[in-house]
Design a protein around this ligand. Structure first.
Ligand code: FES
Length: 148
């Protein structure tokens, strides 16, 4: 078992080499962005390796295609294509906003809820008007132009 220190939360999780880094992070309730589900095509799951890059698997061809050779500059790896073999420190700050995004919950007062219930009970379904608001005009035949 290896240890992964996850920044900016400063939490340490234990990982093995059976699952990818992304899978371990997801398993430990860290939300990692992804649209491809871990098949190396979206590049959204990239994380910054702060230390211990020697304890990771080699960069695969698919990963190089997506990220290029910028690892030595940005220290980014695709977490879905990375397996951990020793202790590392990883920064997932880019995914934090993804984690804290919450849907806005509108709460209504009890009196509003009661009023809504009453309205629903008293509501009568009216037939829905089909085909817009204007009646189609009758087609006018001009007898003189037809010449018959
Ligand atoms: S999850 Fe899409 S590239 Fe890693």
């Amino acid at each position: 078992m290896s240890k992964v220190r996850v920044l900016p939360f400063d939490k340490t999780i234990e990982v093995d080499d059976k699952l990818s880094l992304r899978d371990h992070l997801l398993k430990n309730d860290f939300a990692i962005k992804s649209t491809c589900g871990g098949c190396a095509s979206c590049a959204l799951c990239s994380v910054i390796i702060k230390s211990g890059e020697e304890n990771l698997t080699e960069i695969a061809f698919e990963e190089k295609q997506l990220l290029g050779n910028v690892f030595h500059i940005t220290r980014e790896r695709l977490s879905c294509q990375t397996w951990v073999k020793g202790d590392i420190t990883v920064d997932i700050s880019a995914h934090v906003s993804h984690m804290t995004k919450k849907t806005k919950v509108i709460r209504k007062s009890k009196s509003d809820q009661e009023a809504l219930k009453e309205n629903e009970e008293n509501f009568e379904a009216k037939p829905v008007k089909q085909g817009g608001f204007k009646k189609p005009r009758a087609f006018k035949y001009d007898d003189e132009e037809q010449g018959e």
